[in-house]
Design a protein around this ligand. Structure first.
Ligand SMILES: Cc1cc2nc3c(=O)[nH]c(=O)nc-3n(C[C@H](O)[C@H](O)[C@H](O)COP(=O)(O)OP(=O)(O)OC[C@H]3O[C@@H](n4cnc5c(N)ncnc54)[C@H](O)[C@@H]3O)c2cc1C
Length: 417
């Protein structure tokens, strides 16, 4: 994060997270990438033991009552281990948000506390084989009989399908109810969740990402989160942590540093390659973009912490962070590989692993096309509702009102039949 943003306490937190990140064995990273590990329990346990999970949540549940800025600092440092670690670290923040905001006291005791402590693990199940972008088109159903709901359907690409103790699952309780059709449930693995397929991934391996199958899986009514048919509210709230964590980009900064150090040493045509504009201007563009992401992410974190603006405005900004941060992450890692030349494409440097991992970030937690959908929708809504603020520069032209009316928005005469 940019220096100007840090308070002394935040700097201490950064140091604390750096110590934790340094303690993670290199072999764990390598084994996860080699698909030798199904789920890195030791990473989660250690983070919990150090009190580093769920930083934003109240101390009574094991959190530190901190804000979004602190969470970005922490997730940024964790992202130096790689995207799968940042994902697992953030999962507490994501599922925890649903429990903290909408959960009952019993749910917080039973599910929120242990995930913050790192003694239990949670997954979130939104995406279905039918599709992920169209969340409200969900086909997993939950039918109530007696004091249980019975879930039937499938969820795809669930991180922790192997490894998680319970899942936050969204299912239709009110078919045809539009935005009021869906409810959120905590479904424990032991309720009868079947893991059908574990995916072979291009990167981000070792997090047990699989497909879940529910067949009349009984879920007690007390595991409903946020009330019946209230899943949309939970979903919208979750999208803040889901997408804002993308703003923790220190992993990409670390990759760029590898490239810059390499450019400072590598020789070609009798000089170090950093002397070539083709190399060093890439480095300049990359660091500029990373700093821009930091500034935006920080501003948006403050916006959420201080609850500035309408939910739509906040949704737009969070989507902008997700889109820009993941796009920049991809570009930076790709340029870093180019600076390293052939050796960047090998496992001599961690850049090829970072590239494989960075590609996913533009797809998950809502694709960047879906981010654009949200950004433009909220932006039109904002500007059309508020009218022109300050000087109306559209009027600063030499044409008369009549000429303008005719020229600006052309209205064709109706054609007589
Ligand atoms: C490794 C991995 C881990 C994941 N982890 C989880 C998890 O833990 N939990 C979970 O619930 N999900 C998870 N996901 C799912 C992820 O969020 C979805 O893959 C993503 O939301 C896209 O859904 P989809 O793959 O079904 O693509 P689709 O929704 O089928 O979209 C396909 C393409 O169409 C485009 N598209 C769709 N609709 C529009 C539109 N209206 N306008 C413009 N373009 C559009 C998309 O942008 C995309 O390019 C994970 C995915 C992966 C690969």
């Amino acid at each position: 994060m940019l220096e100007v943003f840090f308070t002394p306490e935040q700097r201490r937190l950064k140091q604390e997270v750096q110590d934790f990140v340094k303690s993670i064995p290199r072999q764990l990273i390598l084994d996860m990438d080699a698909d030798k590990i199904k789920f890195p329990y030791e990473f989660v346990r250690e983070a919990g033991k150090r009190g580093l999970l769920g930083l934003r949540f109240p101390p009574k549940y094991g959190g530190r009552g901190l804000g979004w800025v602190e969470e970005l600092i922490a997730v940024g440092e964790v992202s130096k281990l790689g995207v799968p670690f940042a994902c697992l670290y953030s999962m507490v923040s994501i599922v925890g948000e649903a429990l903290n905001v909408f959960g009952t006291e019993e749910q917080k005791e039973k599910y929120l506390k242990p995930i913050i402590a790192g003694t239990k693990w949670a997954g979130e199940a939104l995406t279905e084989p039918r599709g992920g972008s169209d969340f409200f088109g969900a086909t997993t159903v939950a039918r109530k009989r007696g004091s249980n709901y019975y879930l039937t359907g499938q969820k795809r690409f669930v991180v922790g399908a192997e490894g998680a103790d319970f899942f936050l699952v969204f299912a239709v309780t009110n078919p045809g109810g539009g935005r009021d059709a869906i409810s959120a449930f905590i479904v424990e693995r032991d309720f009868g969740v079947e893991v059908r397929h574990v995916y072979g991934l291009m990167g981000c391996r070792g997090t047990g990402t699989g497909r879940l199958v529910f067949r009349e899986t009984p879920v007690p009514e007390e595991n409903l989160v946020g009330g019946e048919h209230q899943g949309a509210k939970v979903f919208y709230k979750l999208m803040v942590p889901e997408r804002l964590v993308s703003g923790g980009i220190d992993g990409s900064r670390a990759i760029l540093e590898i490239a810059a150090r390499y450019a400072d040493k590598r020789q070609a045509f009798g000089q170090t390659i950093r002397n070539f504009e083709g190399v060093s201007f890439k480095i300049a563009d990359c660091i500029t973009k990373l700093d821009a992401v930091d500034a935006l992410a920080y501003a948006v974190a403050r916006t959420i912490d201080e609850n500035v603006g309408t939910p739509g405005y906040q949704r737009r900004l969070v989507s902008e962070v997700k889109k820009l941060a993941t796009q920049v992450q991809w570009e930076v890692v790709n340029d870093a590989m180019q600076v390293l030349g052939g050796i960047g494409y090998t496992n001599v440097y961690p850049v090829e692993r970072a590239l494989r991992e960075a590609r996913l970030a533009m797809i998950w937690t809502g694709t960047n096309e879906i981010m654009n959908l949200i950004i433009q929708h909220e932006y039109y809504k904002e500007i059309l509702a508020k009218g022109v603020e300050g000087r109306d520069i559209e009027a600063d032209v030499a044409l008369s009102e009549d000429q303008l009316a005719e020229e600006r928005v052309y209205q064709p005469e109706p054609i007589e039949p």
